[in-house]
Every structure is written in structure tokens, then in C-alpha cells.
Design a protein around this ligand. Sequence first.
Ligand code: NAP
Length: 473
Amino acid sequence: MRIFYAGQWHDGNAQIEVRHPFDGSVVDTVPQVGASEVEATLAAAVQGAAVMRKLPGYDRFLILRKAADLLLARQQELGKIISLEVGKTLAEGVFEVTRAAETIELSAEEAKRLGGEVLPLDGAPGAAGKLGFTIRVPCGVVVAITPFNFPLNLVCHKVGPALAAGNAIVVKPASNTPLSALKLVEILLEAGLPPLAIACITGSGGELGKLLCSDSRVRKISFTGSVEVGKQILEVAGIKRVTMELGSNSPMIVLDDADLNKVADAVVATGYGNAGQVCISTQRVIALDRIYPDLLEALKPKVESIKTGNPLAEGTKMGPMIRERDAVRVGEWVSEAVQQGARLVAGGSRQGTLFQPTLLADVQPHMKVAADELFGPAVGVSRARDVSQAITLANHTRFGLSAGIFTQDIDNAIRFAREVDAGNLHINWGPAWRADLIPYGGLRDSGFGKEGPKYAIEEMTEKKTVIIHTQAN
Ligand code: NAP
């Protein structure tokens, strides 16, 4: 595919091959651009921001509303592209398109609600008779840097609110999965977006990322990806707004009053989706001693029954990982855990990029499979003697994105919500659940700032305070 910047589609000299993670076949190519294209992109984005600032909110609503419809009209085609570039199953790809359309629709609605507040100046000493209020104005140029695992919906979570707020946006998608982001540009242009308001450029994250994030014409960076890259962005960003949606090793606590069948279903649904390559995947299950053996017994057959294979084939429930080196890494961490005393209950083997759904028991907090972000299809189960120890173990991490608990006890459920340090807390489900309208974001090393169009838009606008120094009372 070609890339889009400065209001036009462009070819490039060097090309990046986009490969299907399942068999390595080349799906498409995209240009690999560098410094001169970044300069042209940003210069045009500044003009785009000026155009967008003048476009009324209602017009922005109409464009985004139409884009949501176009996304749905092309759902099957886009779902297949997502499946081909990420390796997730076709059903997961098609579902991502539904969510992307929802995200753009929510953003469209927010374009109509950019209000301010009247300030109670009458209550300030010496301010009688004055009138104060706030207005929200766009930031200007927003840069979005996105990961491989949800290549359409996570782009929509940045593009939708940025455009709804009246900004221009430059997208730098992951090099492994740039195709659906470029398709989104096609759709937005077809929906009537001013061409200078959007750009999507491809190339090395290190090179393009540094140029884009350090540039003072950019007023807002919205990044989703790993902690390591997040830190590099913060080092160069300077004075501008930044949102960081980073990684995690999400826990799920299981108390002894839980329905273990439901728990096992939730672990399968929230631990192995997209081959575990979901930022809020269940990675650590912490179960009380009394139900620990029964939980493993309930989990084993369900994990073993997850059908793996070609993500485009009917019946496949889990596809490959994005790159072979990631599957190799998961294998190394699983083997290391076993050497350190963990028990392999299911899976553990690899064919190329396909890592079998894996279940480990007797996992200890210091093992890499518990301490770091695994980002693969393996779940580790650990014991806790009581709810206090379970909460301590859940918090034994530098991350804080999402967590779950299974219990029928309301006091323990609320205690979990209060005491577990995570931005998203699920009672009677696993951590990997999100509706696109919720305020979503992490604590600790999982980042800062919220997504969900209503909340992202606040971070993509500036609040100004206006005071009228009237003499009238
Ligand atoms: P990644 O390696 O951090 O890459 C993310 C993006 O950053 C890519 O577009 C990458 O470009 C770019 N990049 C690389 N180096 C850069 C630099 N120095 N400056 C600026 N940008 C740079 O992450 P990933 O492997 O694609 O995705 C997996 C990670 O994303 C996991 O940690 C996961 O938890 C996290 N994630 C978080 C959320 C959330 O909502 N919190 C959601 C999804 C994923 P290239 O591809 O060209 O290198």
C-alpha cells in the first residue's frame, strides 16, 4: 500500500514487507520513510490543524459518523486484513472492526459536546460583576504511535478523539501491522475529512518516533506500546501533552466461593485471546489454597481444547504470535519457570510462530512468567492462603493496568477494588474486558492518561479561561 501525508498518497523507495505471521507469506508492502518525509508530514499537519480548527463540531461529527458506517460496510474485508497482518483469527479480526466502528461513532458524538463551564466569580473577593467561563480548543497537531496487536481499533482510539476535538493527526502504526491503519485513512477521506488533517507514515519506530515526538510543532503524543519504548518517547518529548498506554502482567484472584467452571471459562477467554498478545491478558491467576487443585483440574481440559492453527480457517480459536522470536521468548520463559519449580499442566510446545496454549502451576512471583509482561499464550497459577495474601501477590508488580477477582463476597470484592493497584478492575470476570466508551488506562508502569473517546478528547484539547471584566452587576 501507499502511505498518506501532506494531503496525498505516496510511494517510497525502500519497502517494508508485511508478512502473515502464520506462514510468513508477504501480504503487502509499505514504504519505509525517513527524516525528509517526516518534515513534509509535520509541515502539512500544521496547515491541517488550522483547517480543522475552523471546521465546526457538527461537521466533524458528520465526517466521523460517516466513517463509522463505512467501516461497518467494509467489515469483512478489513477483518481479513487484520487477521492477515496480526495473525489473530478471522472472527477476532472482524470483531475488531465492529469495535473500531463503535470507537469512531463514540468520537463523532463527542464532537458535539465540547463545552466549558461558567465560573462562579461572584464568590471570589473583589470579582463581583465579572463573568468567567472556560472554552476548549484543539491542541493542534497530535501524533499517534500504535502497537501491532489491535492495529485498527487502537488507531481509532487516537484518530477518533483527535479529529472530534478539531486537531490534525499523524499516525505511525507498528511496522508489522500498518495496513488497516492505512485503510482507515482511505475511509476517513471518503467520509469527507480534509486531506491535510490526517497522515499515516510507515518506517522504523526508533527513527520516525524520535523525529515526531521531539518536534515542538507536535502538541500531543498519544502512545500505546511497551514500557521500554514509552520511556524513550518521554525522554525526547519535551513540553507537550503525553498519554502512555503501556504493558501489564494482569492478575486474576480466585477466592474459595467462586464457581470454578466460570473461572475456567474466563481464564480461557481472557488469557489466550489473540494468542495472549493483549495488554490486559490474564497472565497471573492467584487462587486460594482450598480450591487450588480443583481449579487446575477445571482449567486443564479447557486450555487443552483451544484449537490452534491457521487464523483464517474456520474453527481456529487461537492463531500464531506476531513473530517467531516472540514465540521463542515465550518458550524460554516457560522453560525457565519449569526449571525454577513451576509445573507444566498444559501446552509448552511451539511450531514456528504458533505457541500452544500453556498452563503453568506453582508459579512464584520472582519467575519471569509472573514478574514481567509475557505477552503470549501462557497463564501461570499461584497459591495464596487468604484474601490478604492474594491482594499482596496481585500488587507484586511494577504494572497496574487491569485485574480481576472471582468471589460472591461483596466485602472482598470491594476490598479488591480499593486495594489492588490497577486502572481497570473486574469483579467476576478476567482482566481482559473493555467496552470502548469506558475510561481506560493504567497506573504505575502501565502508563498514564485515559482513553475512551470522552476522556481522550479532554487530553487532546486545551482548556482556556475567559474573564469578562464587566461593570454591570
Ligand atoms: P512496541 O514495540 O513498544 O511498539 C509500539 C510502537 O512504537 C510501534 O509503532 C513502534 O514502531 C514504535 N516505536 C518503536 N521504537 C520507538 C521509539 N524509539 N520512539 C517512538 N516509537 C517507537 O510495542 P508492540 O510490540 O507493537 O506492542 C506490544 C506492547 O504494547 C505490549 O507491551 C502491550 O502491553 C502494549 N499495549 C498496551 C495497550 C494499552 O492499552 N495499555 C494496548 C495494546 C498494547 P515499529 O513497529 O516500527 O518498531
